[in-house]
Design a protein around this ligand. Structure first.
Ligand code: MBD
Ligand code: FE
Length: 295
């Protein structure tokens, strides 16, 4: 993942040189070494594979008949599918256009805090930090300072001492460490351990909206279909505690661009923050509490 990245680049060569192929390759490698639920087709029942794949194919056949799909269109699809793999953009494609429904199904029976998709850019084992912490960042990290604080409790109201709050997000240019060149390995990524009351205070900066790379296959699809390429600015989180289900979520900013039309369909009303001007006059503060379902 980070191993084939150039080491630190000079400050005059910022992350704008990020390419779809480089971030796609990193996301593909990350998935191979740490698939979301660590499972594959090997433990899926034959009859279920038959049902799911047969219905998926039948849905595709129906679209071809309904829209009289031509050989030219079939070949364009074939070329595009081949290229998605070559660009390493399957994680991006799947997480942007499909994962939200998988998450909807998976989260249906949970009562605690709402989750949403994980996306392609989570990396486990970010540096462990105390309950009152600043995420790793560059000395001259740009962006509005943000204090994100809250408490982790169980659905029964008990404070969850020592809960783990993993946070990762893009920088002020919309780039993720380990998936764009020139960023320190753990920039804006951390594993915060809540205090004995389940409280945490995380100092970071507000991320910029994320734009799907335009130079790869997903970008070509977006252009060909006349869509936009944007996700609203967001913080990614995984919150966990012993005896409880881990929640994977994202939080957005009220009034931010594309909160209403996220290309990844991953915004829910419960996930929109409304930060206030900071008490110390520097940036913004927001409180958001997490409630975890029992395991
Ligand atoms: C992201 O940052 C993201 O969170 C998702 C879901 C897809 C692409 C980029
Ligand atoms: Fe993201």
């Amino acid at each position: 993942m980070s191993t084939d990245q150039p080491a630190e680049q000079p400050a005059d060569q910022p992350a704008e040189q990020a390419t779809a192929a480089a971030s796609g390759a990193a996301a593909t490698e990350r998935f191979r070494t740490h698939a979301k639920q660590n499972s594959g087709t090997t433990d899926t029942d034959t009859r279920r594979v038959d049902t799911l794949v047969s219905e998926l194919l039948a849905a595709t056949h129906a679209v071809i008949r309904r829209h009289q799909v031509t050989y030219a269109e079939y070949d364009a699809l074939k070329a595009w599918l081949i290229q998605v793999g070559q660009d390493g953009e399957w994680p991006l494609f799947l997480d942007v256009w499909i994962e939200h429904v998988v998450e909807e199904v998976a989260g249906e029976s949970r009562e605690g805090s709402k989750g949403t998709i994980e996306g392609p850019y989570y990396v486990p084992d970010a540096p462990r930090l105390p309950a009152d912490a600043t995420l790793p960042m560059r000395d001259d990290e740009e962006g509005t300072p943000l204090l994100f604080q809250g408490q982790v409790t169980s659905v029964d109201g008990t404070a969850l001492a020592g809960a783990t709050v993993e946070m990762w997000h893009a920088d002020n240019d919309g780039y993720y460490a380990q998936f764009a060149p020139g960023l320190p390995e753990w920039n804006l990524r951390g594993t915060v351990i809540a205090d004995d009351q389940g409280n945490f205070r995380i100092h970071t900066i507000e991320p910029a909206p994320y734009r799907i790379p335009t130079d790869g296959s997903c970008g070509r699809l977006i252009a060909a279909a006349g869509w936009h390429a944007w996700r609203p600015a967001h913080l990614h989180l995984k919150v966990s505690a012993p005896g409880h289900q881990r929640v994977t979520t994202q939080l957005y900013f009220k009034g931010g661009s594309h909160v209403q039309d996220d290309i990844a369909s991953a915004v829910k009303p419960e996930l929109i923050l409304d930060p206030a001007p900071a008490a110390d006059g520097n940036g913004r503060d927001v409180t958001y509490d997490f409630v975890l379902d029992k395991a």
